[in-house]
Write a protein that binds this ligand. Structure first.
Ligand code: SF4
Ligand code: SF4
Length: 284
């Protein structure tokens, strides 16, 4: 069985849309940060490395940033070598997943000695065996976050003695920092999902989202080498930061996408661009 999307990006309300083979390995108890789990993973476990094959790992923007810096390659080359685009559900925004070795099903960073990129491993790998769910609720402003435990038969880590709270586990694995960096991306995916058919995401906007999530250099070229700055007001300080700070640029890109998709007023449209749009609409 391929293990899918067990990790940071379980956005489905009540998690009910998941295939049964996934639901079956989820402990149906909602966990909060203070709840405890018993778990330890180390090279001495009999299942060492088993979890690093035949798995679908969604790569978040910060995963890609960390991995490509570690490998000292461009985003473009990283995507070419290690990622495949997919969508979480029909009509939803595209996300990259790690490409497993076609013959062995093994993660490209898995070695007999363990993970070769351990310090920069993706956030899904950091969370395991916990999944984090982010849920939009109509009755509460903002998103609700909770956790759940993943129990797969092959994983012997649950038999170890070491106990943690969920928060302790997250902190020990370095997941919190990743969540902070990926917040804008996760919220945008969740908002798009909650909007359902009410928001029409064109192919072009989906491509922009994928570009913003994976390749800051390409999005930078879009800002500075297209008519973007003629259409949107971006002050000099912001432009300066956009030129040199990939993480800032990624957040800016998501703010722009929220402006375009949901009408949020994050980025100011220039009055002359509004007039031009009205003029074009009037001609039709
Ligand atoms: S990145 Fe590392 S921890 Fe994650 S699946 Fe690959 S080898 Fe395993
Ligand atoms: S299957 Fe569980 S205990 Fe075994 S290596 Fe993977 S995470 Fe660790």
């Amino acid at each position: 069985m391929d293990r899918e999307r067990l990790g940071v990006l379980q956005l489905d309300e009540e998690l009910r849309d998941m295939p049964s083979e996934i639901r079956n390995v989820l402990d149906p108890v909602r966990l909060s940060g203070g709840d405890r789990l018993r778990f330890r993973c180390h090279p001495g476990v009999s299942c060492f490395n088993v979890c690093c094959s035949n798995i679908e790992i969604i790569l978040t923007p910060y995963d890609i940033l960390r991995l490509r810096r570690r490998l000292d390659i461009s985003s473009e080359l990283f995507l070419y070598n290690y990622a495949t685009p997919t969508t979480l559900a029909k009509g939803q925004l595209p996300v990259p997943i790690m490409r497993m070795d076609e013959e062995t099903g093994r993660c490209p960073f898995n070695t007999d000695a363990g993970c070769s990129v351990y310090e920069d491993r993706p956030v899904t790998c950091r969370y395991y065996p916990i999944g984090m769910a982010l849920m939009h609720r109509q009755d509460v402003k903002g998103e609700e976050e909770f956790y759940f435990l993943i129990r797969e038969d092959f994983c012997r880590g649950h038999e170890e003695e070491r106990e943690w709270t969920v928060f302790e586990w997250r902190s020990d694995q370095g997941s919190d920092g990743y969540d902070r960096e990926n917040r804008g991306w996760m919220e945008l995916i969740l908002k798009r999902r909650s909007a359902g058919d009410g928001v029409n995401t064109s192919l072009q906007l989906s491509e922009f989202f994928y570009m913003a999530s994976t390749d800051p250099g390409a999005f930078r070229r879009f800002i500075f080498e297209s008519t973007f700055l003629k259409r949107y007001y971006v002050d000099d300080d912001t432009q300066e930061r956009l030129r040199g700070d990939d993480q800032y640029l990624t957040e800016f890109a998501f703010a722009w996408l929220r402006t375009v998709l949901f009408g949020e007023k994050n980025i100011v449209v220039r009055p002359e661009a509004v007039e031009e749009l009205k003029r074009r609409k009037g001609k039709k």
